[in-house]
Design a protein around this ligand. Structure first.
Ligand SMILES: [Zn+2]
Length: 99
């Protein structure tokens, strides 16, 4: 008699534990799903990209240019950036005058 109630109790505790684990797993997966749906994530990525834009100075006309849009000339292992093709050509022309 005593053994049977002990067995029933352990079965009930086991079933309860399984049910609790099921609830915990469901809560965790729900949380993961809601995190995926956060609408701010895309705007945050955009802000990060905007912050990573490097501004360089055109040494011919003095304009500030975003690095990824700038024209480049490499001289003496140094990269020079220009706002336009014209500025780049001017720089190269002056470079040739020096020679
Ligand atoms: Zn320029």
């Amino acid at each position: 008699m005593g053994m049977l109630t002990e067995f029933l109790w352990s079965m009930m505790i086991f079933l309860l534990a399984v049910r609790i684990m099921g609830v915990v797993v469901r809560l965790l997966t729900n949380r993961a799903k809601t995190q995926e749906k956060i609408p701010n994530q895309k705007t945050m990525e955009k802000e990060e990209k905007a912050a990573s834009i490097e501004i360089v100075q055109d040494i011919v006309c003095g304009n500030d240019v975003p690095k990824h849009k700038a024209y480049q000339v490499i001289r003496d292992n140094e990269i020079h950036y220009f706002c336009s093709w014209n500025c780049r050509q001017k720089f190269i022309a002056e470079d040739r005058k020096d020679l």
